[in-house]
Design a protein around this ligand. Structure first.
Ligand code: 5GP
Ligand code: ZN
Length: 113
C-alpha cells in the first residue's frame, strides 16, 4: 500500500527499536539527531486528519503514546525529546502513512514554537 506498509510487513529492511501489536518503531534512514525514531501505527492511515475520522483513533493514539514512552526509555531520553508529526503538503509530510518522529539524544535548541 505504501513504503511504510512494506517496512511494517518486513518486505523492506529497517532497524527496529520497539514493536507491539499495533505500532512499529524503527530508525529513520536519514537521522537529524543522535536518536531519530519513527513511530508508526501498523494500520495504514494517511495522516492525522484521516486517523481522526476513524473509530480507532483513540486506541491508535493511546498505543502511539505508549510506544513513544517505550522508545524514550530504550534510548535513555529521560531528559527530554521532541515528537513531530508532519501533516500533508504544507506540513512537509513526504510519506503518506501517519508517523511520529521521536528526536533526541541532544539538547534541542532550534525552536519554531
Ligand atoms: P515525513 O517527511 O513524511 O514527515 O517523514 C518521512 C521520514 O521517513 C523521513 O524522515 C525519511 O528520512 C524517512 N524515510 C523515508 N523512506 C524511508 C525508508 O525506506 N526507511 C526508513 N527507515 N526511513 C525512511
Ligand atoms: Zn502504509
Amino acid at each position: 500500500m505504501c513504503i511504510f506498509c512494506d517496512i511494517i510487513e518486513k518486505k523492506i529492511p529497517s532497524t527496529a527499536v520497539y514493536e507491539d501489536e499495533n505500532v512499529y518503531c524503527f530508525n529513520d534512514i536519514n537521522p537529524v539527531a543522535p536518536v531519530h525514531v519513527l513511530v508508526v501505527p501498523k494500520k495504514h492511515y494517511e495522516d492525522i486528519i484521516d486517523l481522526a475520522s476513524s473509530a480507532d483513533a483513540d486506541k491508535v493514539l493511546g498505543d502511539v503514546s505508549r510506544a513513544i514512552s517505550k522508545v524514550a526509555e530504550i534510548n535513555n531520553l529521560g531528559e527530554g525529546f521532541r515528537v513531530i508529526n508532519n501533516c500533508r503538503e504544507f506540513g512537509g509530510q513526504t510519506v503518506k502513512h501517519i508517523h511520529f518522529h521521536v528526536i533526541g539524544g541532544l539538547k534541542l535548541t532550534e525552536k519554531m514554537i
